[in-house]
Ligand binder design. Structure first.
Ligand SMILES: [Zn+2]
Ligand SMILES: [Zn+2]
Length: 135
């Protein structure tokens, strides 16, 4: 069985890991291509809706949201544009996080708030990894 693991944030800013099983990563095909397609599907800042997810304790003792199949998720990429990652404001000058260059903020205050309160510190590392993979 193949699957992918990802990091998501809920509406309260809590960070979770979630794993999607039965992800079509064909080993006989070009696996690298399949992986980069999966990364594109989960573009940072996308809104992910999950049907019937359930929490499970992973081997390392951390919670993971388990999804049985890719059909149970819906990815909305419309929120990837210039929208403040913290408060959702769209007008005005938008700043990018200097670490990942992907998280966008309307102000320094929002950036600081996201970094500390919403754990962007943790997410930033993964986003940075993402941007390196995409290059
Ligand atoms: Zn803001
Ligand atoms: Zn960042």
């Amino acid at each position: 069985m193949t699957g992918i693991t990802n990091i998501i944030e809920d509406e309260n800013g809590d960070v979770y890991r979630f794993a999607v099983y039965n992800w079509p990563l064909k080993t006989e095909g070009n696996q690298k291509l399949a992986v980069s397609k999966a990364i594109k599907d989960f573009y940072p800042n996308s809104k992910v809706s999950i049907m019937n997810p359930y929490m499970r304790l992973a081997r390392d003792g951390m919670n993971v949201i388990r999804v049985e199949s890719p059909e149970f998720i819906y990815i909305d990429k419309s929120s990837t544009s210039n929208k403040c990652h913290c408060c959702g404001k769209e007008e005005g000058k938008i700043l990018s996080c200097s670490g990942c260059m992907m998280a966008k903020y309307c102000s320094k205050e929002c950036q600081k708030h996201d970094w500390i309160e919403f754990n962007h510190k943790e997410i930033c590392k993964h986003l940075k990894m993402f941007s390196t993979t995409m290059m």
